[in-house]
Ligand binder design. Structure first.
Ligand code: SAM
Length: 288
């Protein structure tokens, strides 16, 4: 496909919107990418080659999909908005390696859809459900080697944040437990139609073969993390004690923190991933 005929050319997207009489649905977080350079950066960050099977979440009209189809072996594109499906059939008609699926990614059995292939997941994510999508991909151990996504800049900063910083929280810890995040590009609002109100960024997450820390009970560790960041100004003791899913007293937390050589009144935002894993192991052992 000639570059000037692709939807990443703003004129082609504007013409397509008119031709199909398409109206943007705010509830689906629709902001289409109209910048070749940004798309090139996404493809490069995801290291897409003809050997790859790609899962695209939310293809929209196909702006990114056309480039993925040119570079990958196979592309599965899952789009929630049924009005976009006939449009995608036309904008992707010159490619025979794209499978368009009408559905909600949060309700899609990805392994079944893609036949268990090891995936590279790529998306310009709908911002209203960025975190649920990322968490569901990570927690369900989707068969992927990397996830490369456009997200709000502020969310990208939270994903890559270090302990003790203002952006550090449950999302940073989950992303860093399962993956190695890398901020590939900052993207201004004028690269989209319509323009979002916020800055965006491309983040690539390489999924670890093995998490960087070992923990006896992964679920307990993530419950402790959620409890610790539920109310930021609370001490770890109070956060954990008040968390409905956990039956752990303040004294048990204090004792575990003493065992670890930490201040009893420490807040969760000061603990590294390794320290959360250690805390989970100490509490796990003490409960036996
Ligand atoms: N990939 C296109 C592009 O870059 O131009 C569109 C990106 S737009 C930010 C997000 C897309 O995700 C929209 O097409 C929207 O309809 C779709 N979407 C929103 N929620 C979804 C969901 N739960 N499952 C699948 N697609 C979804």
């Amino acid at each position: 496909m000639k570059k000037e005929e692709m939807l990443s050319n703003p004129r082609v997207t504007i013409d397509a919107i008119k031709k199909y009489d398409f109206t943007f649905q705010k509830k689906f977080g629709q902001n289409f990418l109209i910048d070749d350079h940004v798309i090139d950066k996404i493809i490069a960050a995801a290291e897409i080659t003809k050997d790859d099977t790609v899962l695209e979440i939310g293809p929209g009209m196909g702006n990114l999909t056309q480039h993925l189809a040119e570079n990958a072996g196979k592309v599965y594109a899952v789009e929630i908005d049924k009005k976009l499906i006939p449009i995608l059939s036309e904008t992707l008609s010159s490619f025979d390696n794209v499978e368009i699926v009408n559905g909600d990614i949060l309700k899609t059995d990805i392994a079944e859809l893609t036949g268990g292939a090891r995936l590279k997941i790529v998306a310009n994510l709908p911002y209203y459900i960025t975190t649920p999508i990322i968490m569901s991909l990570l927690e369900n151990h989707v068969p992927a080697e990397s996830i490369t996504v456009m997200v709000q800049k502020e969310v990208a900063d939270r994903m890559a944040a270090s302990p003790g910083t203002k952006d550090y929280g449950a999302l940073s810890l989950a992303v860093q437990y399962y993956t190695e995040p890398y901020l590939a590009a900052n993207v201004p609002p004028n690269c989209f139609i319509p323009r979002p109100n916020v800055g965006s960024a491309v983040i690539r997450m390489k999924i670890h073969d093995k998490p960087p820390v070992e923990v006896k009970d992964e679920k307990l560790m993530f419950s402790l993390i959620k409890a610790s960041f539920g109310e930021r100004r609370k001490t770890l003791q109070n956060g954990i004690n008040n968390f409905p899913d956990l039956d752990i007293s303040k004294e048990e937390v204090a004792e575990a923190l003493r065992t670890m050589g930490l201040d009893e009144l420490i807040r969760g935002e000061k603990l590294s991933l390794a320290q959360f894993a250690e805390l989970a192991d100490v509490l796990y052992d003490n409960s036996k």
